[in-house]
Ligand binder design. Structure first.
Ligand SMILES: [Zn+2]
Length: 187
């Protein structure tokens, strides 16, 4: 909190440097500090993502997810982008569902692999699924993390999910809150 207060003080001092009234600047500093204090101490503030992480997956389960994503990727309907994507999701009960991207001549109708997998799971099991992990692959072997829309959909069913994908420097994993820091749920 001290660091935030100092930062707030510094930035406001800078922004008020050209102000004609020193007392006006002081008042703004006090207001800003109050706002910082309230924000940092707010009791229902979401916990830091590092505190929410679920337990690591075994190498066997990760391999199963990867193979499932690679298998389903071949079913992709991607005649326009020529970019096939496969995704596999692991549910809290151990079940795995997979999905591929399905494009359309009306481009906006295209559905991503991650959402196809999630919607398949919901269609099969109902809405009370809990996503533990998501693995995404593509047939170009290029960096490809879930898009913004998919991150929000993953968060809806897996606010503690771990995401495995191809990063700029090779395979990468990230907590969903790292990919989507301000995800929200209404229930
Ligand atoms: Zn997407």
């Amino acid at each position: 909190m001290l660091a935030l207060q100092l930062y707030g003080m510094q930035s406001l001092k800078a922004s008020c440097a050209g102000s004609a009234s020193a007392s006006f600047a002081k008042k703004k500093v006090r207001t800003l500090l109050r706002r910082f204090t309230i924000a940092v101490d707010f009791p229902s503030m979401p916990k830091n993502s590092s505190l929410q992480r679920n337990t690591p997956l075994s190498a066997g389960v990760r391999r199963e997810l990867l193979q499932s994503a690679q298998r389903v990727m071949k079913h992709a309907h991607a005649p326009y982008s020529k970019f096939r994507v496969g995704a596999a999701i692991l549910l809290a009960d151990g079940r795995i569902f997979s999905g591929c991207n399905v494009e359309n001549a009306s481009y906006g109708m295209t559905n991503c692999a991650e959402r196809t997998a999630i919607f398949s799971a919901v269609a099969e099991l109902g809405p009370k699924i809990e996503i533990r992990a998501v693995t995404v692959v593509n047939d170009h072997g290029v960096p490809c993390s879930p898009c913004g829309a998919c991150r929000q959909v993953i968060y809806e069913f897996g606010p503690d999910a771990t995401i495995f994908f191809q990063g700029a420097n090779g395979p990468k994993q990230a907590h969903i809150t790292e990919l989507l820091p301000e995800g929200f749920r209404l229930q």
